[in-house]
Design a protein around this ligand. Structure first.
Ligand code: HEM
Length: 485
């Protein structure tokens, strides 16, 4: 009896690391479908153990022995010197640490404990975290030919993949098409229209009481991106159909829409895009105007769909941070409000840079496509390399009071250049930089000139889908304030 109870206890402990990680809300929210599958797997395991106990009770001690060996192996790998003999960096490869999901200072603590290059596990995969500006530049620049990206499901829905996952020559060709398209689309008339739309939407929310800002911001930025990419303005009769298809892709990214639904949305967006290809001056029309054959290019059309989705998500989430951070910085808001027009543009730009320094750009991630060496440490082929932009942006040697919100550091000549990379680097630099700048600046300007901000909730921050975010209880209310002359 004692042996049976001890065996069952060991067998119950075996899946504990997996179970405890999947039980985290941050992980369940990020990958609900995968979490469901894993939960089924755990049920299957429990059924297997129960079956063995009922049918072959004498096998339990042997199974428990195998389980105990597995647990011991996991603990040995968790020792920070594990793998040192083969050149691996220090750090724990414990199977399912919670820190990356629950502790904003996880990478900082890792650096303090192990140094700027250390190993850890993220979602069961072995990773190397790299901190330091020169190291980041060397990896993203000089070592880029030895790096790939971890695959994303959505890329498989596009014939040649999503831009970030394409073969280098295809990606460079698409970057040229997109850059040229964005140059055309972001003309003076459109930029004025986007700014007016931001003002209009923010003013419309004035006095409407507290609202959930993420939905509000995503609705706004989706409309802005539909205008830039497809030339579809909010009042356009086709706008609801575009919005509905993008909304389905958004649910798909959160694993809340199934493959057939996502595929139907992509087909629908392709048809809508083809109908619009010769009307308007968005990125789509610029691309098709230069080469009419592109209207049938599924890789281009599906990339445009996902760029609309992901660009609007990133900028929308950035605005949410802007609202949160500015609500906690009344002195800077007062400075913005008192600033003469001639100075306001510079101050708004500095505000956007400082918010991006602090939030919404946590890391860039790569996968070693061959064995690599970083700082003398071995990085085995297939391992993930996580370059911590967050820690680089909080380097006390570059930034005074690195955790504090101090936009003035970006004013005039005070802009630190070393290691400021919120929008990526080198051949993979973000193509949406002008959009981020335009939208961010206009939101800050609206708060400086016309709108008062009240917030509730928001803390503690929560990690969700690759980013730290204000708590889901975060609510915002806009109120009118007298215009400053
Ligand atoms: C605050 C908002 C945004 C942030 C923080 C952001 C950040 C980034 C970062 C860090 C990368 C490089 C990723 C890597 O190296 O793995 C990137 C790439 C990219 N971004 Fe953004 N982005 C934002 C908004 C946008 C917008 C509005 C667009 C729309 C055009 C956009 C389009 C892209 C594209 C297409 C790439 C891939 C470039 C390539 O792989 O060649 N982004 N972004």
């Amino acid at each position: 009896m004692v042996v049976t109870i001890a065996s069952l206890a060991v067998l119950a402990a075996v899946p504990w690391p997996v179970y405890s990680l999947l039980a985290l809300r941050q992980v369940r929210d990020w990958r609900p479908a995968e979490a469901r599958k894993a939960a089924l797997g755990l049920l299957g395991y429990a059924a297997g153990v129960a079956g063995a106990w009922a049918l072959l009770p004498q096998s339990l001690p042997y199974l428990a022995g195998a389980g105990a060996l597995w647990l011991l192996g996991e603990r040995i790998r968790a020792h920070n010197r594990w793998g040192a003999w083969s050149g691996l960096p220090p750090g724990s490869l414990s199977l399912a640490p919670h820190g990356p999901w629950t502790d904003e200072a996880y990478f900082r603590k890792g650096r303090e404990r192990y140094g700027p290059v250390f190993k850890f596990t993220r979602y069961f995969k072995p990773c190397i975290c790299v901190i330091g500006h020169e190291r980041a530049a060397e990896i993203l620049g000089k070592k880029r030919d030895a790096l790939g990206l971890p695959p994303l499901a959505m890329s498989h829905r596009i014939p040649k993949g999503y831009i970030r996952f394409m073969a280098p020559e295809d990606r460079e060709a698409l970057r040229v098409i997109l850059r040229e398209g964005l140059d055309c689309a972001l003309n003076e008339a459109r930029m004025a229209r986007l700014r007016a739309e931001i003002d209009r939407r923010m003013e419309a929310a004035v006095g409407a009481g507290a609202f959930e800002p993420r939905g509000f911001c995503h609705d706004l930025t989706t409309d802005l991106m539909l205008d830039v990419i497809y030339g579809v303005m909010p009042g356009d009769p086709a706008a609801p159909a575009f919005r509905a298809a993008i909304a389905t892709l958004r649910r798909g990214e959160a694993e809340r829409a199934g493959e057939p639904e996502i595929e139907a949305a992509l087909v629908r967006l392709g048809a809508l895009a083809r109908e619009r290809a010769d009307r308007g001056d968005g990125v789509l029309q610029a691309a098709v105007g230069a080469d009419p054959g592109r209207a049938e290019d599924e890789t281009l059309l599906r990339n445009l769909a996902y760029i609309t989705l992901l660009g609007s998500t990133d900028v929308g989430d950035f605005i949410v941070w802007a609202l949160k951070i500015l609500s906690e910085a009344p002195e800077w808001l007062a400075d913005l409000r008192a600033a003469p027009d001639a100075r306001l543009a510079d101050m708004c730009g500095a505000t956007v840079k400082e918010i991006l320094r602090l939030e919404q750009s946590e890391f860039v991630i790569r996968r070693a496509t061959e064995d690599l060496t970083i700082d003398g440490f071995r990085v085995p082929k297939g391992w993930m390399i996580v370059i911590s932009t967050r820690e680089n942006h909080r380097d006390p040697e570059v930034y005074d009071a690195p955790h504090a919100f101090r936009p003035a550091r970006f004013l005039g000549g005070g802009r630190p250049v070393v290691g400021y990379r919120p929008l990526g680097a080198f051949d993979r630099t973000c193509l949406g930089a002008p959009i981020v700048d335009l939208v961010g600046t206009q939101v800050v300007r609206a708060l400086a000139r016309g709108i008062d901000l009240k917030v509730t909730g928001g803390d503690p921050r929560r990690y969700a889908a690759q980013h730290w975010r204000p708590n889901p209880a975060f609510r915002v209310a806009f109120a009118c304030r007298p215009k400053v002359a």
